[in-house]
Design a protein around this ligand. Sequence first.
Ligand SMILES: [Zn+2]
Length: 207
Amino acid sequence: MWKYLAFVAAPIIAFGIQACAPKSQDDCGFVQNVYGERISWKGQYPVAMYIHESVPQEYVGAIVAAAKTWQDAAGTPLFNIVTNQRVTGPITAQKDSRNVIYFLNTWEEDKAAEQARTSIYWIGDQIREADMRINGKFTYYWNSPGMASFTQASSVNIEALFIHELGHVLGLKHNDGSNSVMATYLANNSDRVNIAEADRSALRCEY
Ligand SMILES: [Zn+2]
């Protein structure tokens, strides 16, 4: 049976997952299934991430950089960011066996504080699909050599946001401590682009 969980990047999040069965494992920073087993791609990587045409071209490099950051930390290719083609069609994340990043210019009014939302789908303890939605209502910047960086009120480092959301794609849950890139809230103008030791040790449990 398909299981589903959506992560939101927002100041407050509630998790409803309990580890309570005989096969329970240490969570090690990962989402767990109802049996307490860690959920990850279980060797089925690099994970192909497709980019919807709604994502502005100037942010594609930030996705590639974020993927490289995780790969450098793991010492293995975790992602294949597909940059030579774009996904077309509706800006609607759905379970379609393809991992897609979307950029939305509309967002639920009652969830305006969310910067992004990543949904993962799994069977057993294996992730089969992950989709990412970026909230286009925020103002973003990126400290890229080829792109002018800027700082203004209410702007978010989009590379830092992609690093966090790709962590969810890998199966990581929030970690509000240890300078983790998986901390729930990404503050405005925070250049949180370095993988913390806590993130490295979490990665080692599954990758
Ligand atoms: Zn998150």
